[in-house]
Design a protein around this ligand. Sequence first.
Ligand SMILES: Nc1ncnc2c1ncn2[C@@H]1O[C@H](COP(=O)(O)OP(=O)(O)OP(=O)(O)O)[C@@H](O)[C@H]1O
Ligand SMILES: [Mg+2]
Length: 586
Amino acid sequence: MNMKANIQSEQVSTTIAKLEDIAKLADYSLMDTLNCDPDATANGDDHEPRQVFSGHYVPVTPTPIANPEYVTHSKDFFRELGFNDAMAESTDFMAMFSGDISHLPQPMRKVGWATGYALSIYGTEYIQQCPFRTGNGYGDGRAVSVLEAVINNQRWEMQLKGGGRTPYCRGGDGRAVLRSSIREFLAQEHMHALGVPTSRSLSLYVSKTEKVRRPWYSQGSHAQDPDTSLVEPVAISTRVAPSFIRVGQLELFGRRARSNQHPNAMQELEKIVQHGIDREYSKVIDNSLSMPEKIVLLAQEFRNRLTSLVANWVRVGFCQGNFNSDNCALGGYTLDYGPFGFVDAFHPFFQSWTGGGQHFAFLNQGEAAQRNFDMFCTAVRPLLAQHQDFAQQLTEIQISFSKAMQTKMETMWAAKLGLNIYDPMLFSELESLMVQTPVDYTIFFRELSSLPHDIGSLEKSFYKGVNGSAQSNHSANPEALKKAWSAWFVKWNSLIELESVASGHSREQVSKQMKLVNPKYSLREWFVAPAYQQASEGNYTLVKELQDVMTQPYAEQTQVQQDKYYKLKPLAFFDVGGLSHYSCSS
Ligand SMILES: Nc1ncnc2c1ncn2[C@@H]1O[C@H](COP(=O)(O)OP(=O)(O)OP(=O)(O)O)[C@@H](O)[C@H]1O
Ligand SMILES: [Mg+2]
């Protein structure tokens, strides 16, 4: 498990100072192995919803936002790429990443691309989301990729989110508002700093003049669904990843191959699978193997990454919120920061997106991942039709997903508790206590990481005046609850002592390790809301402050930062729309 935080980003000299320098690194060789939609226009002027029947991508030009203004960029990621910070505010870089790619230096291309994908929700195939009810109009509706480049031996794809309408826009405006773009921008870099695999944030620009209307909550509203609408500035954030291939994308081609929808369907499926391997697994899957062998290895490795990913999500208190197959990256990293939320008061069914339902809730994410993995297996299976032995191996990998998931979860829970061995009773008692009290997930585990000698300091994480679980048997009886906590603490403490003696690790060493597993800071929604509100008035101070604090989530940080960001959620923010729950209108 990738528990060690990327606290120190790789030190690379920042030699890339101009767009021309980036252009030299452009390399579309993998994109060019894919099939282009034969009905597409080569110049990318393709902004009306339409069905795309075949091909892996559609050439499309992004629509620039009007009068772009610099909001922020990721200094950490710039450093990793070797990009000079000043470039983020330079005219040509800003033009490109606010959607104008008409003047790019060669060999960069003046046309971007969008991809189609299919959707499965919790293991059920859907086509209704597509306006044509065929599934041929569903895909990147507002995400436009603008570059494939090899930088420091790593291949990256750069994608504008909110980059305008594509054939997959389904009647939408192709835009993202500043609010959702700030959330996504901050969350991606926070997750990276937490040591959780994720797409990265490059840059964020807002339009000074272009605005769109979105449903949202009035100040302090307790409504479930938005009770008003806001006119909000549009923005383009650029996200970067080795690829943006989703399980849903394999599914689209798997479904077409399964039903023989066109003569190239099987070949297109094979190509996208090979492409996924080239982009995401080339270091672990030998290219000289046969396709069936590669598919089995891909399944094995994807399962490994996906189960680690979910264990990491739970470790840091992250709920993706809408873990459909179209939000499940084949590379095994976090994708689509729309409906996400970080747990405040612990509950296994924590879920801040109102459209998500319990199946995507916090501790149900392993099962949701399994459904997505099932869809992945279904998608690639037509390629094994003539290879029963490999098909059988795939089935075995599929069947043992839940066991693999459970093992990762147990290892993660043990690590959060500072133990090497998972104790099911200890954990289930804790889970029940955390619900009944309830406790703040981040603060509880961080305080525990100091290895206190009694439960006193843990009480700092207790929410008083917030109702515990309805199923709780102690919630009406604070004395019984206190006793149960003490008993649990004694048990945990004795296990720590026992293991410490057995392993020869001092309490200090154990504590230090726990503090690399249990972050001190998490991107709570009520930290983000004031930042995007302030930003909508043109002031980006809070956005930048959050960037600083949340990219060092394991560090203690200053007293001022602790007072501001290491604290319980105020009671007044519980059940408030936009702070505790939200619809996915972005
Ligand atoms: N304003 C919009 N205009 C056009 N298409 C949109 C818009 N909002 C969402 N979509 C499309 O609707 C689909 C499902 O919405 P979802 O909320 O997952 O979008 P998203 O946040 O843009 O997605 P992602 O981060 O996964 O690319 C996606 O394919 C997305 O591209
Ligand atoms: Mg999505």
